[in-house]
Design a protein around this ligand. Structure first.
Ligand code: NAP
Ligand code: 8YV
Length: 323
């Protein structure tokens, strides 16, 4: 039997590309040289392509989806799938799968690291050593994270791992979400109220319309001049202009950011500040975790093409497309 044809709309790392090519005929739309090459490739493969691989940050419009009339499944290499046109997928009976759980530990570790590095200014401390400044004096005192209150925005799979870790760091954990959960942490139904009581806020919700600019100027003002904001969710969850203003004006004390509204563009106003840690969306980016994510992407495709239920259909499509 011939291999199913799939199209990749995201870059394929080597460890993932090899097993993918072994099981499927892979069309590399992401690698197309320019818009003309993309159009040509789509015209050639549109009618035979049955599967798609996207990244967590990939954006696909309903119009782009419609260019693949025989598409059956989009397997997202990431737990977030806010860039996927779910309503159009439901209408076209296209399954969308993601990679939950296998990246929880990595992303939670990154959130802890961002919290610690923004509080303790270790990046600036290293620059202090390397520039020779230590020969002339001491690095200024920084801020403890132990004993402080951390507010988790979105206590889901990853949020709970972050909470576990920060408890071990002797922080008091509280959380905000749309619903109260059976957990040993104080729940806030108001993000502004939680920000007012917290020393650190960590965003780890999905992106998309439901969470757009959840962390706005009012929330940052409530967090206040000793507060630190950490974002490992999506850039869209924070109002970036308000965040930049809060850093520039000292309305908050610092930030640890893995994601940005216009990434890979990052506001230069955030550069070279001892209290701001900037990462290029690498919270899940270790070989071990990315291999696990890749395996789940392939497993979902393979199950689907074998006529079996996929492992991780996104919940919004349950009951709307075949599992
Ligand atoms: P999850 O288990 O679904 O948890 C999401 C949490 O967000 C839930 O606790 C949910 O609680 C809350 N939430 C959802 N919508 C909300 C809203 N409108 N307002 C307030 N809270 C809301 O997801 P997860 O696996 O932990 O992943 C979370 C997100 O992290 C992903 O969707 C992705 O965007 C991001 N992520 C980023 C990276 C990275 O590389 N930086 C890596 C992995 C994941 P309620 O339902 O009670 O509101
Ligand atoms: C990845 C992510 O960086 O899982 C997600 O939602 O944002 C990250 O794990 C991404 O999917 C790969 O580009």
């Amino acid at each position: 039997m011939s291999k199913p044809e799939i199209v990749a709309i995201a870059p394929l790392p080597g460890f993932f590309s090899k097993p993918l090519h072994e099981q499927f005929i892979v069309h590399d739309l992401h690698g197309a040289a320019d818009a003309d090459a993309r159009r040509e490739l789509i015209a050639k493969i549109a009618s035979t392509t049955r599967g798609m691989v996207a990244f967590g940050g990939s954006q696909l419009s309903a119009e782009q989806l419609a260019k693949f009339p025989n598409l059956e499944i989009i397997s997202v290499f990431g737990v977030g799938y806010d860039g996927m046109p779910l309503a159009a997928c439901a209408d076209a009976k296209v399954k969308v799968t993601n990679t939950p759980d296998v990246l929880n530990d990595e992303v939670a570790d990154t959130a802890v690291a961002l919290t610690m590095m923004a509080s303790r200014q270790f990046v600036a401390s290293q620059k202090f050593v390397e520039s020779g400044a230590w020969l002339k004096g001491q690095y200024p005192l920084t801020t403890s994270m132990w004993g402080k209150t951390v507010g988790v925005i979105g206590l889901g799979r990853i949020g709970k791992e972050i909470a576990d870790r920060l408890r071990a760091h002797k922080m008091n954990v509280v959380y905000f979400g749309r619903s109260k959960q059976d957990v040993p942490y104080t729940y806030y139904d108001s993000l502004v109220a939680m920000a007012g009581d917290a020393d650190v806020l960590i965003a780890i919700t999905p992106g998309g319309a439901g969470t757009k600019h959840l962390v706005n100027a009012e929330v940052l003002a409530a967090l206040g001049p000793t507060g630190i904001f950490v974002n490992v969710a999506r850039g869209s969850v924070a109002d970036e202009a308000a965040l930049v203003a809060a850093i520039e004006n000292g309305t908050i004390a610092g930030a640890g950011l893995d994601v940005f509204e216009g990434e890979p563009k990052v506001p230069e106003a955030l550069f070279n500040r001892p209290n701001v840690i900037l990462l290029p969306h690498v919270a899940s980016a270790t070989l071990e975790t990315r291999v696990a994510m890749g395996n789940l992407v392939i497993e979902n495709l393979a199950l689907h093409f074998a006529g079996k239920p996929v492992r991780t259909l996104v919940p919004e499509l349950a009951g709307k497309v075949a599992g």
